[in-house]
Design a protein around this ligand. Structure first.
Ligand code: ADP
Ligand code: MG
Length: 601
């Protein structure tokens, strides 16, 4: 038997570093968090060889006083919390007091800082080499702190072996910087790699500058294809940009979610956002978004993971529901007029009221609130409208030139039909092209959804009740959510602790696999406290029905019929995309047409 020995400090730190310092990017993340916690305005990041040879992070924050410099490098030393109660409401990015100690144990570390305005007052500590003791020497430095980390993992070859190419390591650092820049717009970030300036995010003072930062992360076209919103409820705020469903990507690579300025990976959040997009996104596509959730620090536990990449919400169901509902509402309003106006506008953050329901910026029309009352009128039957006689006014208008008084509807007036597939229309900006079938499909679908929502969910009794074996955990869920199951159209009863009797199921779903559906619903309740499965299945069926019931290509429409379709699109939620997430219409402005013909050059 071997005897037990106390590990020495350095080895203990190196073990701790295993959790926190995985690669150069993790060092950068910790150093940036420290700088941001120091209330700085500007951060300069200098790298060599993908951060493996050198990582230098310099800030203009409050600095560290001389007497604290050595302490800053020791384990369990922090200025951010003092007692256990502080852990319940952490308002800084760091708080564990182990980053610098860990980094110092697996690299050569130089810390220079000055907590005064006298340039000459700076001090430097060095931790380089084995068996170190940190030494202190005077070093001029403006107010702020510079951390230099050289030769990462020089003394832990096992770790070094796991590093990828310099290019890959650099890209991971870039990603960290990008995330930090998104969540801290008031701070300037400047990134240099091997002597070249590779990224510059100047501090944002205005909304236009914030837009520029968003554009430099997401590309120039994002803002035109995104909706900005702010929503607050019960002390939780969600704001940010969500890409239109038509702006989706094949990869989930442009999705950023921040909780109190911290970037996180969270199953609950991912699920909530995905549900918010359900019904408008083409299968297998991924939305683009930058979302910022803010809530009181006591409502979220950040001390669940050493790298603080995961959080735990105290009211996770409430948070899930809030995120899902907000995004769902915002997307429900993607009608043609919003997109016409969004395209014509630049996003103006400052114009938003601080305390709001969901609000979009829409110059010209003021802002329109969504969130209540978006569903306006009773469904009209479309065939009905097609059969209507054209009013003289309408028939005449389509061949006149457009009035110049701002009364032209967003999608304009129909001019003609092309190949039995497209409607050509003229609006105030130019030419509008509509995919007739796709547009009609969405309109029919939304109407069927409203109609079925108005009727409520009907239960279809089963001739022979089904018995399903369940776990006792599932059994107690069935009891807890009895009322919900009834609302969803299930008639179920616990037969024993581990079996469930199903007497009736939601009417529209009679063809689906009851047992699988029930299990999925149960696991949704368990994990998220809510379920959209019934809704999704029902929507799927309605969507198929809508597709079959919609105007097929090659059907000739009269001008008034086309105009009626355009007006219906303007009235219908989500009519910017068909049920499969394809766009229903597009626009060519006169300027775009001019440039096609090289006019005015
Ligand atoms: P933590 O951030 O969890 O407190 P760290 O090991 O990262 O632990 O840092 C230890 C302490 O050193 C911090 O609490 C802070 O007081 C100080 N410190 C580190 N970096 C900076 C910086 N860039 N500016 C000012 N103070 C810093
Ligand atoms: Mg820290």
């Amino acid at each position: 038997m071997k005897r037990i020995k106390q590990l020495n400090n350095r080895l203990a730190n190196q073990i701790a570093a295993g959790e926190v310092v995985e690669r150069p990017a993790s060092v950068v993340k910790e150093l940036l968090e420290n700088s941001l916690d120091s209330e700085c305005r500007r951060i300069d990041i200098t790298l060599e060889a993908g951060g493996t040879r050198l990582i230098r992070v310099r800030d203009d924050g409050i600095g560290i006083v001389k007497d604290d410099l050595q302490l800053a490098l020791s384990r369990h030393a922090t200025s951010k919390i003092e007692e256990i109660a502080d852990l319940n409401a952490v308002s800084t990015l760091g708080f564990r007091g182990e980053a610098l100690a860990s980094i110092a144990s697996v690299s050569r570390l130089y810390l220079t800082s000055n907590a005064s305005d006298d340039h000459q007052n700076g001090w430097k500590v060095t931790v380089a080499g084995e068996g170190l003791s940190a030494e202190l020497s005077p070093a001029p430095h403006p107010r702020g702190t510079t951390l230099e980390v050289k030769d990462l993992f020089f003394n832990t070859p096992a770790r070094r072996k796991f590093l990828r190419t310099e290019r890959t390591e650099f890209q991971r650092i870039e990603d960290i910087v990008r995330k930090m820049a998104l969540s801290h717009p008031k701070v300037g970030f400047y990134l240099t790699h091997d002597g070249k300036i590779v990224r510059q995010y100047p501090a944002c003072q205005s909304e236009a500058e914030m837009d520029r930062r968003i554009s430099s992360v997401f590309g120039k076209t994002f803002i035109e294809n995104a909706l900005y919103f702010e929503e607050e409820k019960h002390g939780i705020q969600l704001k940010g940009w969500i890409g239109l469903p038509t702006y989706s990507r094949s990869q989930a690579d442009q999705q950023y979610f921040f909780v109190n300025g911290r970037t996180i990976r969270d199953k609950l959040v991912t699920h909530a956002v995905k549900q918010g997009y359900s019904d408008v996104l083409y299968h297998g596509r991924n939305p683009v978004f930058a979302l910022f959730l803010s809530l009181h620090p006591s409502m979220v536990d950040v001390n669940v993971h050493p790298t603080k990449h995961e959080v735990r919400f105290r009211e996770s169901r409430e948070v899930h529901d809030f995120i899902f509902r907000t995004i769902h509402h915002v997307l429900a309003d993607t009608r043609p007029q919003d997109q016409v106006e969004a395209a014509a506008s630049t996003i103006d953050l400052g114009a938003l009221p601080a305390q709001s329901n969901i609000v979009f910026q829409r110059p010209g029309t003021g802002s329109a609130a969504v969130g209540g009352g978006a569903i306006s009128e009773l469904p009209r039957h479309y065939g009905h409208i097609l059969a209507q006689e054209p009013s003289a006014d309408e028939a005449a208008r389509s061949f006149q030139s457009l009035p110049d008084d701002g009364t032209v509807p967003p999608l304009g007036y129909a001019l003609a039909q092309l190949h039995g597939i497209y409607i050509l229309a003229e609006n105030a900006r130019g030419l509008v092209l509509v995919d007739m079938h796709a547009a009609h499909e969405r309109i029919t679908y939304e109407r069927m959804k409203h109609a079925s929502a108005a009727e409520g969910v009907k239960t279809q009794p089963l001739l022979v009740p089904i018995s399903i074996a369940i776990s006792s955990q599932e059994g107690s869920l069935v009891e807890e959510y009895a009322a919900h199951f009834e609302e969803l159209g299930f008639d179920i009863q616990l037969a024993s602790e581990e079996s469930l009797l199903v007497r009736g199921i939601p009417a529209l779903l009679s063809r689906s696999n009851t047992e699988q559906l029930l299990r999925d619903v149960l696991s949704d309740f368990l994990e998220y406290g809510s379920t959209l499965r019934i809704q999704e299945h029902k929507d799927e069926i309605l969507s198929t029905m809508a597709c079959h019931g919609s105007v097929r290509a090659n059907r000739r429409l009269t001008i008034p019929e086309m105009n009626a379709l355009l007006r219906d699109m303007e009235d219908t939620e989500r009519s910017g995309q068909c049920n499969h997430g394809r766009p229903t219409w597009t626009e060519l402005s006169v300027a775009e047409l001019d440039s096609l013909f090289l006019r005015g050059r």
